[in-house]
Design a protein around this ligand. Structure first.
Ligand SMILES: [Zn+2]
Length: 304
């Protein structure tokens, strides 16, 4: 099986959102991991065409989770790819079959920018969807993909392992990391982030022991241990930082700026420049990340 990365050029920015194309040796069977948002559909179809893949050739579409930057184009694609079955976590399934609730919830976060960012989300017909819980092996593109339940960023998050090469498609569970950078930013948007579950998923990925990580934001990386270590440390550290700010009575509106100052300093210390911070923002802004972390703190306290 061959893996190709299609750059969806989200908001005209290169290398921020990927769709991964799996190609069988026979050349006639193909699959996608992630669809990207509807607004990037032209880039996705151009990516298929450039590689000589017809719409009929795509047999499976594997989704890590149903957030609009990962699966938003699924409904449109179900109309365009006549032979494709859509694979999704059981908990994400209802939102793929009827995205109206998901769109409502995303509108609370993105407001007027919904259309500009994502475009329309259409339903995927129920008979085109296969539900996964993790552990399933699916034949695809002349090989197999194994689904792994990896909650934390969302309850309904799957990562997919291609055992032949050891490539693990990590969606958002291995964080955001852009090409040429070592810096890993944890995407922690509301409403579902659960840092405790996420840390367990990081340990679970260590046990899978993949040869490479393929985050949707963006590319592939082979320094798996270092990458996961950095993500784990930053997740724990940022949660404590936000909790500390809340305890100090910081103004709600100020905490994102504080986290950004901290995050940018960490980025600079790792040799990235500040232009990169803005590119990372396209996959998760500090106001969104802070909102999610604050909710996680509140939820943890309610449980105590
Ligand atoms: Zn994402």
């Amino acid at each position: 099986m061959k893996i190709e990365t299609i750059d969806l050029e989200f908001m005209d920015a290169g290398q921020v959102i990927a769709s991964f194309l799996l190609l069988g040796e026979d050349g006639a069977s193909a699959a996608l991991v992630e669809t990207g948002p509807t607004n990037c559909l032209d880039r996705l179809t151009a990516g298929l065409k450039d590689r000589g893949v017809s719409h009929e050739d795509v047999r499976q579409v594997f989704l890590t989770h149903i957030h609009l930057d990962h699966a938003g184009a699924s409904g449109h694609l179900s109309e365009m790819l006549p032979n494709a079955t859509f694979y999704v976590h059981e908990v994400g399934y209802p939102h793929l079959a009827d995205p109206s609730k998901l769109v409502k919830s995303a509108t609370r976060i993105y407001g007027e920018r919904m259309d500009e960012l994502w475009g329309e989300a259409r339903p995927v017909p129920e008979d085109r969807i296969k539900v996964l819980n993790g552990g399933e092996e699916t034949g695809t593109a002349g090989g197999v993909l194994v689904a792994h339940d990896t909650p934390g960023h969302a309850y309904h998050h799957l990562a997919y392992l291609e055992p032949g090469s050891g490539a693990l498609f990590t969606g958002d569970v291995a964080g955001i990391r852009l090409p040429g950078q070592s810096y890993v930013r944890p995407p922690t948007p509301p409403p579902e982030i659960d840092v405790k579950a996420w840390l367990q998923s990081i340990n679970y990925i260590r046990r899978i022991d993949p040869a490479s990580l393929w985050p949707t934001h963006f590319g592939s990386y082979e320094d798996v241990k270092r990458h996961l270590g950095e993500l784990e440390q930053r997740l724990e550290d940022w949660l404590l930082f936000v909790e500390g700010q809340m305890d100090d009575g910081a103004d709600r509106g100020e905490i994102p700026d504080q986290l950004k100052a901290k995050g940018d300093a960490e980025m600079l210390a790792e040799g990235s420049d500040i232009i990169q911070s803005e590119r990372y923002d396209l996959a998760g802004t500090y106001s969104m990340l802070t909102e999610g972390l604050m909710r996680c703190v509140t939820r943890q306290r309610e449980k105590r």
